[in-house]
Design a protein around this ligand. Structure first.
Ligand SMILES: [Fe+2]
Ligand SMILES: [Fe+2]
Length: 161
């Protein structure tokens, strides 16, 4: 993605890409391709962790500064949900690793997968409909551009010539 213009556009796109990796990993698990499921899941995990780090280190502090809501308000809820998401994806990874063949309907991992999908889905929806928009409207232009430059640069590093 070249020069994203808004927090919303960049982070929504990142949500979509992370979701696609998740679906691929679960599809491999369903087929019993455990090695492939785990390597895709780990890529999903790395991308989701990077996304969470960008939010907690850059986006949320900018929102907190602009809104005056520090130690209260939506970012406190979002940080708590990140912890919940982390715990669920750790559990799901272990359940995929324990597979000994295709993950049929009775496999225990589907319950964990549903919980993760619900928590992450609701979390992303709240960010996309409230928090990112509030950042695009409330965070000073310079600050916002600095964040976007940094995250876009980390996502697609310019190759050294
Ligand atoms: Fe988040
Ligand atoms: Fe997010």
């Amino acid at each position: 993605m070249n020069e994203p213009k808004t927090i919303s556009a960049f982070f929504q796109q990142d949500h979509r890409e992370i979701d696609a990796l998740y679906r691929d990993a679960l599809e491999s698990a369903r087929e019993g391709a455990v090695g492939r499921a785990l390597s895709t899941f780990d890529e999903y995990d790395r991308n989701l962790e990077r996304h969470i780090r960008w939010e907690e280190d850059l986006v949320f502090p900018a929102f907190e500064e602009a809104s005056g809501l520090r130690g209260e308000g939506p970012t406190v809820v979002m940080r708590a949900e990140h912890r919940e998401i982390r715990a669920l994806k750790l559990e799901l990874r272990a359940q995929i690793a324990a597979l000994r063949g295709p993950a049929d309907r009775s496999a225990t991992l589907w319950g964990t997968a549903r919980s993760l999908e619900r928590v992450l889905g609701e979390h992303n929806a709240k960010e996309e409909t409230i928090l990112y928009l509030a950042c695009d409207q409330g965070v000073p232009r310079e600050k916002k551009q600095g964040i976007l430059r940094q995250v876009a640069g980390e996502k697609a590093p310019v190759p050294r010539s």
